[in-house]
Design a protein around this ligand. Structure first.
Ligand code: GLY
Ligand code: MN
Length: 352
């Protein structure tokens, strides 16, 4: 289940505020499990109050836990409740004009409202450790992603364009009842050297590597996976680079557990590529946390990783004008290791 009202109230304690205004789409999904383009949640010591307009009102009533109070309205109605609070938590990601409207509503004469405080950091930290419900959503998203990988392989054929193959992959994901976690990256041959290439009308030909970076969204939660396959044949240099990336992926995953410092794992993989003569070719971070946002905490930085966090391991090497290879799995951190949520084969596949 998403957060119940008691769990919402923890935000007030953690952020040391008397009330909170939650406005951004991602944090509203985190609290309620319900996605909409417009709504505002007021959290006070009395409860959690969800305001939305008629487009969502009846569905919100069906989908959101009954311990929330649901009403018609938006930021103004939420702020009416919050102006009784001396310190109100707000998210830094709130649009600037909405923030100023909110201040205007709370600053009415005769109210006790006195100050706003940023609660984004508290929400990021809470969101970075996933509940059993959230892990289930991410697992479902990844299961669809794994199935889509199996189903796309027969469509990898001579002359297909990157855009056509990306569209087919997205069709497969959506046909399974999921949304997309992000715009699919589909890169053939030399385009694979740009880690986040936009797909194009480049046609597939023998000897190309095909990099597919894609994910599904299930109940608001994302998955993220990359696989690189060869079309018809692969030369020795590319096969060797593939094996190096695969070793880096396996090495990164086996270094992870609760308490490890992400930056140290990143540095180890950087050194591994250096030792293999590819220090200039691994050009990005080893990965990122995944949840409601495709990129969220944790990152491979100075903070120790924690059990229950979900993070990608996505080493890659890029050779300008020639080819690129990336292999990305998504894992859940456990006390003594990880639970790899990605089940797709990552040994070298040559499509015949
Ligand atoms: N898979 C997209 C990304 O990690 O940015
Ligand atoms: Mn990723």
């Amino acid at each position: 289940m998403p957060l119940n009202v008691d769990e919402c109230r923890r935000i007030l304690d953690l952020a040391k505020v008397d009330g909170a205004l939650v406005f951004t789409d991602s944090n509203r999904i985190y609290l309620t499990g319900y996605a909409s383009t417009q709504a505002a949640i007021a959290i006070t010591k009395e409860g959690a109050f969800y305001f939305t307009d008629k487009r969502y009102l009846s569905e919100a009533g069906e989908r959101i836990s009954s311990d929330y109070t649901i009403g018609e309205g938006s930021i103004e109605q939420a702020c009416k409740l919050l102006k009784r609070c001396a310190r109100v938590g707000v998210e830094m990601e709130m649009p600037h004009n909405t923030y100023h409207r909110a201040l205007g509503y709370m600053h009415k004469p005769g109210t006790v409202f006195g100050a706003v405080k940023d609660i984004s950091g508290v929400l990021c930290k809470m969101r970075s450790v996933k509940s059993a419900y959230e892990i289930e959503c991410i697992k479902n998203a990844q299961a669809i992603t794994d199935a889509a990988f199996t189903e796309i392989l027969p469509f990898i054929k001579e002359g297909v364009t990157e855009t056509q193959l990306a569209a087919r992959l997205e069709y497969i994901i959506k046909s399974k009842g999921a949304g997309l976690a992000f715009d699919t990256i589909m890169a053939f041959g030399e385009n694979g050297a740009k880690p986040h290439a936009h797909h194009s009308d480049r046609e597939l030909k023998e000897g190309d590597l095909v990099t597919m970076d894609f994910g599904a969204r299930w109940n608001g939660y994302c998955s993220d996976m990359t696989r690189t396959v060869a079309y018809k044949s692969i030369d020795g240099r590319k096969a060797e680079a593939y094996n190096t990336v695969l070793q880096a992926n396996i090495r990164g995953i086996s270094a992870l557990h609760a308490g490890v410092i992400g930056a140290e794992v990143q540095a180890d993989i950087q050194k591994f590529f250096s030792d293999c003569g590819m220090d200039k070719n691994f050009t990005h971070s080893l990965g990122h946390g995944v949840g409601i946002d495709i990129h969220e905490e944790p990152y491979y930085n100075a903070e120790p990783l924690r059990a229950g966090q979900v993070i990608t391991v996505e080493p890659g090497v890029y050779f300008d004008g020639s080819f690129g290879i990336r292999i990305e799995d998504m894992v859940k951190i456990t006390q003594d290791g990880v639970d790899n949520l990605t089940k797709s084969d990552k040994s070298l596949i040559i499509i015949k």
